[in-house]
Design a protein around this ligand. Structure first.
Ligand code: FMN
Length: 219
């Protein structure tokens, strides 16, 4: 059975661009896969706990003996185990990620820290890992513009960062991005000149997400 894991990480709800675009992707996917399994995780509403000594110990990253109590150790292992199992069960993952301070929201970072466990890392020689067959689509929303040739291009630590992390997991060709840019132009007076560009960017992202949800490469 086909399976979609849908993650959101914006701290905003109704006004969130990344949530609207990721929802569009999910809606298209669900229409195309009426029998498919759909799992939704809202990392902003229900943040996963940051990695702790128990997580590191359970995943072989720290010597045994660290940590607080057996109960805490078990609870931490359950969180990590649940997130890893959820990810491994997916064929497609769509991730809504606003740009916060040129990178990803801390709630998404906490999820990434939990799922980059040794068992999911790609083989050093082949570059292939347990997640290599999964298709990942990251939907970003940014207040400004970071495309090639823009003044802030070099401040984009969001897409390069995510490419690096997913590359470590053996996900390269299977990773694509859909960007909605200049979202701040709608509310910040000195960016008013970019409102049309912002509207165009959002409309294009929605269109791309609809296509990507039914399997069209997102680019
Ligand atoms: C804490 C915070 C940090 C932000 N940092 C940036 C930034 O570094 N660059 C940028 O272009 N926009 C930044 N923004 C604006 C958001 O990227 C923009 O509002 C985007 O639309 C948020 O995604 P959302 O619409 O899905 O909530 C920031 C917003 C917040 C709340």
């Amino acid at each position: 059975m086909e399976s979609l894991l849908h993650l959101d990480s914006s701290a905003r709800y109704g006004a969130s661009f990344s949530r609207r675009v990721s929802a569009e992707f999910a809606q298209a996917w669900r229409t195309a896969h009426p029998e498919g399994r759909y799992t939704y995780r809202d990392l902003a509403a229900h943040p996963v706990p940051p990695v702790d000594a128990e997580h590191l110990e359970a995943t072989g990253n720290a010597p045994a003996g660290a940590g607080r109590s057996d109960a805490h150790r078990r609870a931490s292992a359950v969180v990590t185990g649940e997130l890893v199992a959820e990810l491994r069960a997916a064929d497609t993952v769509v991730i809504g990620s606003p740009m916060y301070n040129y990178s990803v929201p801390s709630v998404l970072k906490a999820w990434l820290d939990r799922i980059t466990v040794p068992e999911l890392l790609a083989d050093r020689d082949t570059g292939v890992g347990p997640l290599s067959g999964i298709r990942f689509v990251v939907v970003t929303a940014r207040g400004g513009a970071y495309g090639p040739g823009t003044p802030r291009e070099r401040f984009d630590f969001q897409e390069p960062y995510l490419r690096a992390v997913f590359g470590m997991l053996g996900v390269d060709a299977g990773l694509s991005f859909i960007h909605t840019e200049l979202t701040k132009a709608h509310t910040v007076p000195h960016l008013a000149q970019f409102r049309d560009a912002a509207t165009t960017s959002f409309a294009a992202a929605i269109q791309t997400a609809r296509g990507a949800g039914v399997g069209v490469p997102a680019g």
